[in-house]
Design a protein around this ligand. Structure first.
Ligand code: ATP
Length: 400
């Protein structure tokens, strides 16, 4: 099963995307609708709301008087919090039931207007955000929802800002154009990404790179890391883990293979094994076989064992190295990152080596193997640098 979060500001076109995905076969869980259902006449949710706010929120026919309730909570944040304390747990419970009831190979799309505000992004395999300019949205709300331009603008501005929402997005769907364009993008997303992603999660199959192709530095790599890290931390909870961005995509300005390397620090490899199923379910299946890093300290002969997971998302290649916190391999990854971030000359040297090796051919193993001597040598420089500045691994850069 693949769990997708779908959100977007009012009038952006979220419902249109949800409907298209439902037509393609997704199970859509609509949290607005559920929020209405849990306070429908006869529900304990409605009884509790009336007990809290009085009979004045009850219409003559026994249903919830939304206007009356709206007036109370709009003016009083503590009343709003009390209302949310009644509604939100029920919406969560009902949504979980619906997700649970879906087929094992379902692609479940959770349509949640406040997904970002409530901090739900890490609970999904993928977050889709529909976006349109304010002018487009106001125009649609006036045309289709009978609002005045002032009302529409006010509603839009009361929500999370577009930037915050975009930062949570794995996929941003721009919807300022024709409906047909949006539909075509959604159809391609379904076919090329969501369907294979679901299969990979279910079959626990990591997507691996097939060639050593370098790309120019992508300024969105750190934000991509933060989203992945938040998802991994959520999957590992309540285990005490730490997640770090490592490798070339963590060093600004470096060309790199378009693979985000993350390091999951755990108390022991036994703990790594205990977490493996949860990571796989969250979209990070384990790569079969045993994995080692080359030992690099003088006199250190044994290789450093680790676990390696990949990503199940065909749209985002990931290496998730699971290492024991404080172990030589764990420390080495953080040291090399910080050293390369700090020293432009060594960074330039590494860049030149990478370009030369990648030019030699796309063979991934040969490329990785050929980089090793450079790392062996660089490690010495890095240790000198570390000793001179009393370097210590800094606390991780937290995800959103
Ligand atoms: P809400 O947050 O209120 O649920 P929404 O993001 O779900 O809003 P939609 O209902 O999907 O927004 O879209 C708002 C209106 O704009 C709808 O009437 C929809 O049919 C229309 N619409 C959406 N996308 C387009 C488009 N590309 N071209 C023309 N009309 C569109």
């Amino acid at each position: 099963m693949l769990k997708v979060g779908l959100t977007g500001g009012i009038g952006s076109g979220k419902s249109v995307v949800a409907a298209r995905l439902a037509g393609l076969g997704a199970v859509v869980v609509d949290s607005d609708r559920i929020a209405r259902e849990v306070v429908a006449p006869g529900t304990d949710g409605l009884r509790e709301v009336v007990a809290e706010f009085g009979a004045r929120v009850c219409a003559a026919d026994g249903s919830l008087d939304r206007t009356a309730l709206g007036e109370i909570v709009f003016a009083d944040p503590s009343a709003r919090a009390r209302l949310e304390a009644i509604i939100h747990p029920r919406v969560r419970r009902r949504s979980a039931e619906l997700v649970h009831g879906a087929a094992p190979d379902a692609i479940v799309v959770n349509d949640v207007p406040l997904l970002v505000e409530v901090g739900l992004a890490p609970t999904y395999h993928l977050v889709l955000v529909v976006r349109a300019t304010e002018a487009t949205r106001v125009g649609r709300l006036v045309r289709d929802r009978g609002m005045t331009a002032e009302q529409a603008t006010q509603r839009i501005r009361a929500q999370a800002d577009d930037e915050r929402r975009a930062a949570a997005a794995d996929v941003l769907l721009d919807n300022d154009g024709e409906l047909a364009e949006l539909h075509a993008v959604v159809d391609a997303l379904w076919r090329d990404r969501l369907t294979p992603y679901e299969r990979n999660v279910r079959e626990r199959r990591p997507v691996r790179a097939t060639e050593a192709r370098l790309v120019e530095p992508d300024p969105s790599w750190p934000a991509q890391y933060r989203r992945l890290a938040a998802r991994i931390r959520h999957a590992a909870a309540p285990a005490e883990v730490r997640v770090d961005h490592i490798g070339s995509t963590s060093v600004p300005g470096l060309v790199a293979k378009d693979i985000v390397d993350l390091q999951l620090g755990v108390a022991s490899l036994a703990e790594a094994d205990e977490l493996a199923d949860r990571l796989a379910d969250a979209g990070f299946p384990r790569c079969p076989g045993r994995w080692w890093d080359n030992a690099r300290y003088p006199g250190d002969t044994a290789r450093w064992e680790k676990r390696l997971h990949g990503g199940a998302d065909p749209g985002r290649l990931v290496n998730l190295h699971v290492r024991e916190i404080g172990s030589p391999g764990w420390r080495f990854a953080l040291l090399m990152r910080d050293h390369l971030r700090a020293d432009p000359e060594r960074r330039a040297d590494y860049l030149a080596v990478k370009r030369r090796l990648a030019a030699a051919g796309p063979d991934l193993d040969a490329y990785a193997e050929a980089k090793e001597p450079w790392f062996d040598l660089e490690h010495g420089y890095a240790e000198e640098w570390a000793a001179a500045g009393a370097w210590r691994p800094a606390p991780p850069e937290e995800g959103t």
